[in-house]
Design a protein around this ligand. Structure first.
Ligand SMILES: [Zn+2]
Length: 431
């Protein structure tokens, strides 16, 4: 007997464009998808989808989840003063309890809006890993190495110690995984990049970086290295192991070829890029070049939401507007970014991102009975252009329902909000 059967679903398996299965049953056993079809095999728990859309859970490929504590704290500032006058001083005051509180609220939001797995770059990640494990979400976690100033000693860096801890505890497989991270080209020298890369080789993990987010950053890299950041990373061997690069707003054609040749994934973060006035990445050109493009929300201090449905719709719209061509990024391609491509970027292509037998049952249900989702001619278009994260009515990770109909089954939502508002907010406001 199966553990769980989802029946009567309008399934979008994300296995191929145009694939939609009406009146679909999905059987789950041991956390895996073991049945897809029109029968209704016996199961201990039956979830009647009632014709609602069921699809793979979403993957947020670039987040700073704990920054939820700064949601709405610093809006409409120029990027430099946003970062140096608002964000960095707060981050210097944060302790582990505040960070875990923010990350927990962020995970609650992600589950509520259909995200099952996230790639996160922040501080205190060993503690965030424990919280994610308890909640049951999947996560690729890293603490970015930033090496500014003459007095920098790699061994004394908190990010280095935390990375070592994550690597030894989680490594490159499982629901929680360690990634390593070079924060960005402009925040550390090549000698430090190569130290981080040693880990990537030794543990077989992904290197998560920020790449060419702003025009000034992109141009300054050329002055510093005599070549673009992408080329400088390649020249230092950093792309010899899998890399997830966030943003890529100012990548030039040559850079795109470098990324494509090295199998680098790019996490497109359209909301954050637009809100910070950084520009808009040319994802259509990236896809043409052969780059695996996925989607990220970035932090809630530059977004201000972790709802990936916003990124999916914007990714499609921005590409069309930039190219003056409504065919530049079709709905299915945009949805693929948040599922199939995100899984690949996380090293989880054989595990999640599609509804396929043998993959983990990482599934979401969308309440497609709402007025704004009717009628449905094309379920993919409905999800991409009409749905919101708040339409998600169930989020399942590894066969376990973590959110359903307004209830979080593995976390105390009232406590999560209280911890942020009563403990973390006073630290943000320095009271
Ligand atoms: Zn970022």
């Amino acid at each position: 007997m199966l553990d769980t059967l989802i029946k009567n679903a309008l399934a979008i398996p994300m296995t191929d464009a145009g694939d939609v299965i009406d009146n679909c049953s999905i059987g789950v056993e041991g956390g895996k998808i073991v049945y897809i079809g029109h029968e209704t095999p016996e199961a201990r728990e039956v979830i009647d989808a009632g014709g609602r859309i069921v699809m793979p859970g979403l993957i947020n490929a670039h987040a700073h989840t704990a920054m939820c504590i700064m949601r709405g704290y610093a809006d409409d500032y120029p990027l430099k003063s946003w970062l140096y006058d608002k964000v960095f001083p707060v981050e210097a005051r944060l302790d582990e309890r505040a960070i875990v509180a923010g990350a927990t609220l962020g995970m609650a939001e992600m589950l509520r809006t259909g995200t099952v797995s996230f790639s996160d770059m922040y501080f205190c990640q060993p503690a965030v890993a424990k919280a994610a494990e308890k909640i049951g979400m999947k996560a690729n976690l890293c603490n970015a190495v930033i090496a500014l100033g003459d007095g920098y000693v790699f061994e004394n860096d908190r990010a280095v110690r935390e990375t070592a801890e994550l690597l030894s505890k989680y490594g490159a497989s499982g629901s929680i995984r360690a990634d390593v991270s070079i924060h960005a080209e402009y925040t550390s020298p090549p000698a430090v990049w190569r130290r981080v890369h040693e880990w990537a080789k030794e543990y077989g993990v992904i290197t998560h970086i920020h790449l060419s987010e702003t025009l000034s950053e992109h141009e300054e890299a050329k002055t510093r290295h005599g070549m673009s950041a992408a080329r400088a990373f390649e020249a230092n061997g950093i792309f010899d192991t899998p890399v997830l690069a966030a943003h890529g707003v100012w990548l030039e054609e040559d850079d795109m070829a470098v990324l494509a040749n090295n199998g680098v994934s790019v996490a497109h973060c359209p909301v954050s890029n637009m809100k910070l006035g950084s520009g808009s990445a040319d994802t259509a050109a990236m896809i043409r070049a052969g780059i695996n493009v996925c989607l990220g929300t970035d932090g809630a201090c530059s977004n201000n939401s972790l709802d990936l449905f916003e990124e999916i719709k914007l990714a499609a719209l921005v590409a069309k507007a930039e190219a003056l061509d409504p065919t530049a990024l079709p709905a299915y391609e945009a949805l693929k970014m948040a599922t199939v491509n995100g899984a690949r970027a996380q090293g989880r292509a054989d595990e999640t991102g599609r509804i396929e037998i043998g993959l983990d049952a990482d599934l979401i249900m969308i309440d497609s009975n709402s007025p704004h989702l009717r009628p449905i001619y094309d379920p993919v278009a409905a999800v991409v252009y009409s749905a919101h994260g708040s339409d998600v009515c169930m989020t399942m990770v590894r066969g376990r329902v973590l959110y359903r109909d307004g209830e979080w089954l593995t976390l105390d939502i009232e406590k999560a909000v209280r911890d942020v508002e009563e403990y973390a907010v006073p630290i943000v406001l320095n009271r």
